[in-house]
Each structure stands twice: as structure tokens, then as C-alpha cells.
Write a protein of this length. Structure first.
Length: 208
């Protein structure tokens, strides 16, 4: 992955995608224009079902050479060629490529930024590129709740009748745990609903 200057700027594969995409997205936001480009070559076909992971209905930019790809992306061709050449030279071949698990196939220790997994040379045409920009899929932080989904005040005490679930409650503070965004809404929403119904029944029995 490179920025608009044709430079790598982050370890694209420090761990599995679900554990790292949010942190990498933050790095993309700091790059010129807030944009990056995922550069691929023909060997992406070695990754089973890779197209299902691309959340876009727009076809990738394709070219027969790195220079031509850079021109199509409005990136300086010499810069992108130098970046790809340096990356390729840093790729080792001391272990097999395993696309469906973290394989430890990393770049040389002297090369920066390091790529920790799935580091293979970008060397077989055709070359492909996908532009990548940041998106906001949910918030971090939020209202503090107890295990009963009850919102807590600044003294840590439950506020009577006030609940929070899903996006409004504070769970994530720097790292998103994969596949839990919707789950926290379902779980804490049910907890809140049961507790609210219980207190509503109590109120009804008293007033009756």
C-alpha cells in the first residue's frame, strides 16, 4: 500500500485483517489527501476468494507495468517504481506463503516500514490498484454502562430508567474486536429491554 507520493507508510499486515484494519485506516487518514492505493500483481489470484473481500463495485485500475500503473493513478512513476523495487528486494523466501493465516513471511529487518506477513514481490503483470479512503462504520467511546446496560453518572451510579446499547455505549477505546459491533447491540439491547420491562411491571403493580 502506498500514498499519493508512491511511498509505503505502514505495515500492511501486522496481524489478521479484522484485528488491524482500523489502525491502518487511521494511518491512511494522515497521508496526503487522506488516500492510499493497494498495489497488487497477478499473483493475487493465489489468494482464494480474494474478490469477496473487496467492498467496492468499481473495477481496479490495471496496467501492464508499474510505471503505467503510476501514470493511471497520477502518481510519479519514478517514485512508485523505486518503492516497489525496494520492497521487492526486501522480500524473503525463507518460508511458504499461506494466504489464509498469518504466515510470518516478512520483509528484511533492515527495511522500513516492515511488512510482517504475506510479503511477496510485486513482480508479475498485470498490475492492479485499488484507491482506499477512510470510512466511519461505528464510534469509539460512548456512554459508560454497567453489566445491566444501565448508563452510569459521573459518580459511577446507575441513572434510573436510562439504558444504552450498541453504538451509544462505550466499549472500544483504540482497538476494535472483530465481529462484535452488531453483537454488542443485540446482547446489551436484550439486557436493557428485560430490565426496563421488569421495572415497568413493578411500577404498574404499585400504581394499580
Amino acid at each position: 500500500m502506498v500514498n499519493a507520493r508512491g511511498e509505503r507508510f505502514v505495515d500492511e499486515a501486522p496481524a489478521t485483517v479484522d484485528a488491524t484494519y482500523e489502525a491502518i485506516t487511521r494511518q491512511i487518514l494522515t497521508q496526503p489527501g487522506g488516500i492510499a492505493y493497494a498495489i497488487l500483481d497477478a499473483r493475487i489470484e493465489d489468494v482464494p476468494g480474494w474478490r469477496r473481500s473487496v467492498r467496492s463495485d468499481v473495477a481496479p485500475v490495471t496496467a501492464p507495468s508499474i510505471a503505467a500503473l503510476a501514470t493511471a493513478l497520477s502518481i510519479d512513476a519514478a517514485s512508485l517504481e523505486a518503492t516497489v523495487a525496494a520492497y521487492n528486494a526486501a522480500c524473503l523466501h525463507d518460508r511458504p506463503f499461506k494466504p489464509l493465516e498469518t504466515d510470518g513471511l516478512a520483509t528484511r529487518d533492515t527495511y522500513a516500514p516492515r511488512k510482517s506477513n504475506w510479503a511477496r514481490p510485486i513482480a508479475e503483470a498485470p498490475y492492479l490498484a485499488y484507491p482506499i479512503m477512510c470510512g466511519n462504520c461505528f464510534t469509539f467511546g460512548g456512554l459508560k454502562v454497567d453489566p445491566g446496560a444501565r448508563v452510569l453518572d459521573t459518580d459511577g451510579m446507575p441513572i434510573p430508567g436510562l439504558y444504552a446499547a450498541g453504538e451509544t455505549m462505550g466499549i472500544y477505546y483504540g482497538t476494535y474486536t472483530g465481529a462484535t459491533s452488531v453483537l454488542r447491540g443485540a446482547v446489551f439491547g436484550r439486557i436493557a429491554g428485560l430490565d426496563a420491562a421488569k421495572h415497568s411491571n413493578r411500577q404498574h403493580s404499585v400504581t394499580a
